[in-house]
Design a protein around this ligand. Structure first.
Ligand code: NAD
Length: 480
């Protein structure tokens, strides 16, 4: 039962000034692609937003050539201080156009406007501000005796945080003196193309950043291009593996940010109110389309029933629906393909004997939707405890002792993140020390800051993004 009825509070789309068609952004201007163009749609109602160009191999070649020229003639000759000025300018323009970017992101991705407005876009600006500050300090940052740019970076990003992943890639690359060719995901190219307009507004020299749209084949052409010096990829583990093979034996530097299956560990002495909010934020933020999502809840047996009951009541208060409505908590699933995958893994979860509970929400008639779902009675061997679902689905497992919690948490091929909820500081330190995960949150979850390095172990990839460490991946002669 809901106690309060909310009137619709949609954010206006009037702020958007979209084109019907978008070309590729190469050498500072938009130009047509030679591949077959495609539509980007809103996952909330499946309506057409714009027609997007596909970059063919020849287009990728032109983009890499533009990036090479810009690197050799302009960007590598510029002082760090001047590079920093451009990055500061981009950060300020992102802030100025924040509302427009947030609306575009929610429209194209399906995420709630309150997340794109309050999390994604502010973090994008923060990332550019942060790396703007590093651009003139590379020689004094303990990055080795003579840190120099690698050259041209080829970057491929996923659809879950389209603009934020772009910022994670572009900001450190430019600060370190590299030029960039980046490929956004095929279901979410819109905010990257608006970002291209921001680069024009910022007067960034042509060719320093090139944006090529298209699907996997465009990404493959980019990472295989012989004149690319550095490959940075965020996406699924299978594609990451393919890219690692393609790059093997070349002198390209590679960083991979891949999938995850994080354990969110709740001890019986945890502050339960905060833990419930943390669990919800851990797996239902961004519809669970989060590589570091707390998708495996490990809860101490003595508080299992209480935690599950409270989670169910909390989930019953979440509002699912129009991503542009300011009251929406759960937006749309990004694509039909992703929805099918979530449905399939959930079906397997039931088939393997786990118990399913889904919040009772009204599912809109069109678009891609999945109600927040909890599985209890989950065994470590179940697919829903092992595979990344990448959706609003939580698998609940129990433990009795800290040693058992650690063993279960580490029992995964991934190692991107983890959470620990307990009243005891000493336990946080002792457990964190034994978890094989790149990022560990204590009594919180899904917090991001540009100064904090992020990255994984095992099948979650290698290399770190963010912080001073994030610069290492873009520099020659740099040591940690
Ligand atoms: P995906 O691997 O299918 O696609 C990612 C990007 O790679 C897209 O731009 C796609 O077009 C491109 N691509 C596809 N095939 C390619 C190929 N052969 N060569 C080069 N590029 C290719 O992943 P997705 O479904 O878009 O994203 C979801 C995945 O991303 C999840 O597994 C998630 O965990 C992961 N992810 C990881 C992080 C992290 O930082 N570790 C962050 C966000 C998402």
């Amino acid at each position: 039962m809901s106690f309060l009825e909310y009137a619709p509070a949609p954010e206006s789309r009037a702020i958007l000034n979209l084109r019907d068609e978008y070309g590729l952004f190469i050498d500072g201007e938009f130009r047509p692609g030679r591949g077959e163009s495609f539509a980007t749609i809103s996952p909330a109602d499946e309506k057409h937003i714009a027609t997007i160009a596909t970059a063919s191999e020849a287009d990728v070649d032109a983009a890499v050539a533009a990036a090479r020229r810009a690197h050799d003639k302009t960007w590598s000759k510029m002082s760090g201080r001047d590079r920093g000025k451009y990055l500061f300018r981009i950060a300020r323009l992102v802030q100025e156009r924040a509302r427009e970017l947030a609306v575009a992101e929610s429209l194209d991705n399906g995420k709630p406007i309150k997340e794109s407005r309050d999390v994604d876009v502010p973090l994008v600006a923060a990332w550019f501000f942060y790396y703007a500050g590093w651009a003139d300090k590379l020689d004094y940052a303990g990055l080795g005796p003579n840190p120099r740019a690698l050259g041209v970076a080829g970057q491929v990003i996923p659809w879950n945080f389209p603009l934020l992943m772009l910022a994670w890639k572009i900001a450190p690359a430019l600060a370190a003196g590299n030029t960039v060719v980046i490929k956004p995901a095929e279901t979410t190219p819109l905010s990257a193309l608006i970002f291209a307009e921001i680069l024009q507004q910022a007067d960034l020299p042509p060719g320093v950043v090139n944006i090529v749209t298209g699907a996997g084949a465009t990404g493959a052409a980019l990472v295989r291009h012989p004149d690319v010096n550095k490959v940075a990829f965020t996406g699924s583990t299978p594609v990451g593996r393919e890219i690692a093979k393609a790059v093997a034996g070349t002198d390209k530097k590679l960083t991979l940010e891949l999938g995850g299956k994080a354990a969110n560990i709740v001890f019986e002495d945890a502050p339960i109110d905060q833990a419930i909010e943390g669990i919800v934020n851990g797996i239902f933020f961004n519809q669970g389309h989060v590589c570091c999502a707390g998708s495996r809840l490990l809860v101490q047996e003595s508080i299992h029933d209480e935690v599950v009951d409270r989670l169910k009541s909390r989930l019953s208060t979440l509002r699912l629906g129009d991503p542009l409505d300011k009251n929406t908590d759960i937006g749309a699933i990004n694509s039909r393909e992703q929805l099918d995958r979530i449905r399939e893994l959930s079906r397997i979860g039931e088939e393997e004997g786990a118990e399913r509970w889904s919040a009772d929400c009204v599912i809109p008639d069109s678009g891609f939707w999945f109600a927040p779902t909890i599985f209890t009675n989950v065994q470590a061997s179940h697919r829903i405890a092992r595979d990344e679902i990448f959706g609003p689905v939580l698998s609940v497992l129990t433990f009795r002792t800290p040693a058992e919690a650690i063993e279960k948490a580490n029992n995964t091929p991934y190692g991107l993140s983890a959470g620990i909820w307990t009243d005891k500081g000493s336990r946080i330190l002792a457990v964190a020390d034994r978890l094989r995960a790149g990022v560990i949150w204590a009594n919180t979850f899904n917090r991001f800051d540009p100064s904090s390095p992020f990255g994984g172990y095992k099948e979650s990839g290698y290399g770190r993004e963010g912080g001073r460490h994030g610069l290492l991946a873009y520099l020659k002669g740099a040591a940690a």
